[in-house]
Design a protein around this ligand. Structure first.
Ligand SMILES: [Mg+2]
Ligand SMILES: [Zn+2]
Length: 165
Protein backbone atom coordinates (compact mmCIF):
# COMPACT_ATOMS: atom_id res chain seq x y z
CA UNK A 1 0.00 0.00 0.00
CA UNK A 2 1.31 3.41 -0.93
CA UNK A 3 0.65 5.64 2.07
CA UNK A 4 0.47 9.41 1.67
CA UNK A 5 1.40 10.11 5.28
CA UNK A 6 3.56 8.04 7.64
CA UNK A 7 3.65 9.01 11.30
CA UNK A 8 6.23 7.64 13.72
CA UNK A 9 6.40 7.14 17.44
CA UNK A 10 9.81 8.25 18.78
CA UNK A 11 11.02 6.26 21.79
CA UNK A 12 11.39 2.57 21.02
CA UNK A 13 10.65 3.28 17.36
CA UNK A 14 13.17 5.80 15.97
CA UNK A 15 15.46 6.12 18.99
CA UNK A 16 16.48 4.36 22.17
CA UNK A 17 17.72 5.71 25.46
CA UNK A 18 21.42 5.14 26.13
CA UNK A 19 21.06 5.55 29.91
CA UNK A 20 20.80 2.19 31.66
CA UNK A 21 17.43 1.68 33.36
CA UNK A 22 15.91 4.91 31.99
CA UNK A 23 13.11 4.45 29.44
CA UNK A 24 13.41 7.79 27.62
CA UNK A 25 16.06 10.49 27.18
CA UNK A 26 15.83 13.43 29.60
CA UNK A 27 18.50 15.51 27.89
CA UNK A 28 20.80 15.71 24.86
CA UNK A 29 23.31 12.89 24.64
CA UNK A 30 20.96 10.32 26.17
CA UNK A 31 19.62 8.82 22.94
CA UNK A 32 20.68 7.21 19.69
CA UNK A 33 18.82 6.20 16.56
CA UNK A 34 18.29 2.47 16.12
CA UNK A 35 20.59 0.95 13.52
CA UNK A 36 19.04 1.01 10.06
CA UNK A 37 16.58 3.88 10.64
CA UNK A 38 18.39 6.39 8.40
CA UNK A 39 18.80 3.83 5.62
CA UNK A 40 15.13 2.77 5.77
CA UNK A 41 13.81 6.36 5.66
CA UNK A 42 16.19 7.68 3.00
CA UNK A 43 14.46 6.29 -0.14
CA UNK A 44 11.07 7.90 0.61
CA UNK A 45 10.04 11.05 -1.23
CA UNK A 46 9.16 12.98 1.93
CA UNK A 47 7.12 16.17 1.52
CA UNK A 48 6.22 18.99 3.91
CA UNK A 49 2.52 19.82 4.56
CA UNK A 50 0.92 21.40 1.49
CA UNK A 51 3.40 19.87 -0.93
CA UNK A 52 2.76 16.95 -3.26
CA UNK A 53 3.23 14.42 -4.68
CA UNK A 54 5.17 12.48 -2.12
CA UNK A 55 4.80 11.11 1.37
CA UNK A 56 4.05 13.28 4.38
CA UNK A 57 5.78 12.64 7.68
CA UNK A 58 5.18 13.25 11.38
CA UNK A 59 6.06 12.24 14.90
CA UNK A 60 3.51 11.54 17.64
CA UNK A 61 5.16 11.00 21.02
CA UNK A 62 3.92 10.62 24.57
CA UNK A 63 6.28 12.63 26.79
CA UNK A 64 4.80 11.97 30.20
CA UNK A 65 8.16 12.84 31.77
CA UNK A 66 7.31 16.51 31.14
CA UNK A 67 4.13 16.33 33.20
CA UNK A 68 5.90 14.39 35.93
CA UNK A 69 8.60 17.09 36.02
CA UNK A 70 11.67 15.21 34.77
CA UNK A 71 12.37 17.81 32.10
CA UNK A 72 10.69 20.89 30.55
CA UNK A 73 8.41 20.70 27.51
CA UNK A 74 10.91 22.73 25.47
CA UNK A 75 13.60 20.10 26.13
CA UNK A 76 11.29 17.27 25.08
CA UNK A 77 10.47 19.09 21.84
CA UNK A 78 14.12 19.87 21.10
CA UNK A 79 15.04 16.20 21.63
CA UNK A 80 12.26 15.13 19.25
CA UNK A 81 13.35 17.70 16.62
CA UNK A 82 16.96 16.53 16.93
CA UNK A 83 15.83 12.92 16.59
CA UNK A 84 13.81 13.79 13.49
CA UNK A 85 16.69 15.70 11.89
CA UNK A 86 19.10 12.84 12.40
CA UNK A 87 16.61 10.22 11.19
CA UNK A 88 15.25 12.05 8.13
CA UNK A 89 18.19 14.27 7.22
CA UNK A 90 16.20 17.52 7.12
CA UNK A 91 14.34 19.77 9.56
CA UNK A 92 10.69 19.05 10.39
CA UNK A 93 8.10 21.61 9.25
CA UNK A 94 6.04 23.52 11.80
CA UNK A 95 3.38 21.34 13.39
CA UNK A 96 4.73 18.00 12.19
CA UNK A 97 6.00 16.96 15.62
CA UNK A 98 3.18 16.19 18.00
CA UNK A 99 3.84 15.51 21.64
CA UNK A 100 1.66 14.86 24.68
CA UNK A 101 3.44 16.49 27.63
CA UNK A 102 0.75 15.59 30.14
CA UNK A 103 0.86 13.37 33.21
CA UNK A 104 -0.29 9.82 32.36
CA UNK A 105 -3.82 8.78 33.28
CA UNK A 106 -5.21 12.29 33.70
CA UNK A 107 -7.50 12.13 30.69
CA UNK A 108 -5.81 14.90 28.68
CA UNK A 109 -7.23 13.52 25.42
CA UNK A 110 -4.00 13.63 23.44
CA UNK A 111 -1.95 10.92 25.14
CA UNK A 112 -1.83 7.74 23.05
CA UNK A 113 -3.91 5.53 22.81
CA UNK A 114 -6.15 8.57 22.31
CA UNK A 115 -5.99 9.56 18.62
CA UNK A 116 -5.78 13.37 18.92
CA UNK A 117 -2.12 13.73 17.89
CA UNK A 118 -2.61 11.49 14.84
CA UNK A 119 -5.78 13.34 13.86
CA UNK A 120 -4.00 16.71 14.10
CA UNK A 121 -1.24 15.47 11.77
CA UNK A 122 -3.77 14.12 9.27
CA UNK A 123 -5.56 17.49 9.30
CA UNK A 124 -2.26 19.35 8.88
CA UNK A 125 -1.66 17.39 5.68
CA UNK A 126 -5.33 17.16 4.68
CA UNK A 127 -5.01 13.40 4.25
CA UNK A 128 -7.74 10.95 5.26
CA UNK A 129 -7.03 8.01 7.63
CA UNK A 130 -7.14 5.26 4.98
CA UNK A 131 -4.01 6.76 3.40
CA UNK A 132 -2.10 7.00 6.68
CA UNK A 133 0.26 4.60 8.47
CA UNK A 134 1.37 4.92 12.07
CA UNK A 135 4.53 3.10 13.12
CA UNK A 136 5.09 2.37 16.82
CA UNK A 137 6.33 -0.11 19.39
CA UNK A 138 3.59 -0.24 22.05
CA UNK A 139 0.00 -1.38 22.35
CA UNK A 140 -0.89 2.27 23.03
CA UNK A 141 0.47 3.11 19.56
CA UNK A 142 -1.52 0.35 17.90
CA UNK A 143 -4.68 1.43 19.72
CA UNK A 144 -4.09 5.09 18.82
CA UNK A 145 -3.99 4.05 15.16
CA UNK A 146 -7.19 2.03 15.56
CA UNK A 147 -8.85 4.99 17.31
CA UNK A 148 -7.71 7.34 14.53
CA UNK A 149 -8.87 4.94 11.79
CA UNK A 150 -5.46 4.58 10.16
CA UNK A 151 -3.20 1.58 9.58
CA UNK A 152 -0.57 0.48 12.06
CA UNK A 153 2.75 -1.33 11.73
CA UNK A 154 5.15 -2.45 14.44
CA UNK A 155 8.47 -0.60 14.34
CA UNK A 156 10.37 -3.90 14.24
CA UNK A 157 8.55 -4.84 11.02
CA UNK A 158 8.76 -1.42 9.39
CA UNK A 159 12.49 -1.15 10.09
CA UNK A 160 13.23 -4.87 9.62
CA UNK A 161 14.89 -5.22 13.00
CA UNK A 162 14.88 -7.64 15.93
CA UNK A 163 11.87 -6.83 18.18
CA UNK A 164 14.12 -7.41 21.22
CA UNK A 165 16.51 -4.66 20.16
MG1 LIG B 1 7.48 4.06 21.87
ZN1 LIG C 1 -1.86 14.92 26.52
Amino acid sequence: MDYRLIIFDADGTLRYCTVEGQPCPNRAGEWELYPGVIEKLAPFDWVHPGEEPGVGYGIASNQGGVGVGYFPESTAMTLLEDTFREAFGFSPAEGTIEMCPHIPHTGCGCRKPDPEMLIRLMKLYGISPENVLFVGDRDADKNAAINAGCDFQWASEFFDRDPEL
